[in-house]
Design a protein around this ligand. Structure first.
Ligand code: NAP
Length: 282
């Protein structure tokens, strides 16, 4: 079998256009603010791309930059100001933060109604109790990709490698909500290849380059590769050995161009959701 390549770039472009159209039809320009602390090169690029995508969708978008030696109190003061600013619907603090700032204290300070990353404990708790509101962007993007792949989730054996709070755990909650039979795999899992072979849908979010080999897959499995890993030679690869896996899977996401673009599109979708909810329009 040769797998269908799930084109996240094209799917994301379509989703971004639909979000822009929905905002325009509602007559609103959702307000989104990014906060970046310091000049970490990857963070500079990530925030610039997200800010640009939001502006292209017609959002009122902007970035606040604090110096690398900013105190936690200074960052919390900025968040408090944005929490009460009626023009702001969404707040995103780019991670990682410098060591003098406690990440959880910062994430906990964001108004849950403006928490477009979906990392606040209130939003995580709502998702875990089956009442999702603002959910993390990458898992939301994976759900779109599974729909695009035509996967019938009720009863499907879905296995997730990785149990982080930003990818694996919230994704498991979304899949449980969609009636899938979900198994979490992680670094303490015994016989990872055997577990993977039983998956009808395998989602890899381990951050380990090409961990999943072709012979770990059952014939016809759908494979979603969340991993983004930079090799010493500069190449970007996922958590799945793509060429091998594509010979057995029925559908697979590439890296880059799979899950990554969907994450940004879902940030816009979350921000529109937050903006509509704050205006009583949802
Ligand atoms: P993380 O916090 O480091 O979590 C990694 C998870 O994978 C952990 O649960 C860990 O298990 C598990 N794991 C690590 N090595 C393993 C192995 N050899 N076998 C089985 N399980 C293993 O990572 P993350 O933040 O979730 O990110 C995961 C990957 O997704 C990274 O490559 C990241 O760059 C990428 N990512 C991509 C996007 C996107 O937009 N495409 C967004 C977010 C993240 P333990 O819990 O037992 O330690």
């Amino acid at each position: 079998m040769t797998a269908r390549i799930l084109d996240g770039k094209a799917l994301a472009a379509g989703l971004r256009a639909r979000v822009a159209e929905r905002a325009r039809a509602a007559g609103i320009a959702p307000g989104l603010r990014f906060i970046r602390v310091g000049e970490d090169p990857a963070s500079v690029v990530y925030v610039r791309n997200k800010d640009r995508a939001a502006a292209e969708a017609g959002f009122d978008s902007g970035t606040i930059v604090l110096p690398a030696d900013a105190t936690e109190a200074a960052l919390l003061a900025e968040i408090a100001r944005l929490n009460t600013d009626p023009a702001v619907d969404g707040i995103l603090v780019q991670l990682p933060l410098p060591p003098q700032i406690r990440t959880q204290a910062v994430l906990d300070a964001i108004d849950p109604a403006k928490d477009v990353d979906g990392f606040h404990p209130v939003n995580a708790g709502l998702l875990a109790t089956g009442r999702p509101r603002l959910v993390p962007c990458t898992p939301r993007g994976v759900m779109h990709l599974l729909a695009e792949a035509g996967v019938a989730l009720p009863g499907a054996r879905v296995k997730i490698i990785g149990r982080s709070a930003i990818v694996g755990r919230p994704l498991a909650q979304l899949l449980i909500g969609a009636d899938a039979t979900v198994t979490m795999l992680h670094s303490r899992t015994r016989d990872l290849p055997a577990e993977c072979r039983r998956a009808e849908v395998l989602i890899a979010a381990a951050g380990r380059p090409e961990l999943v080999r072709g012979d770990w897959l059952s014939e016809g499995a759908v494979v979603i590769d969340v991993g983004i890993n930079r090799l010493p030679d500069g190449r970007l690869v996922g958590d799945v050995a793509f060429a091998e896996a594509a010979l057995r899977a029925s559908a697979i996401t590439p890296v880059p161009g799979g899950v990554g673009p969907m994450t940004i599109a879902c940030l816009l979708e979350n921000t529109l959701d937050a903006a509509l909810a704050r205006r009583g329009l949802s």
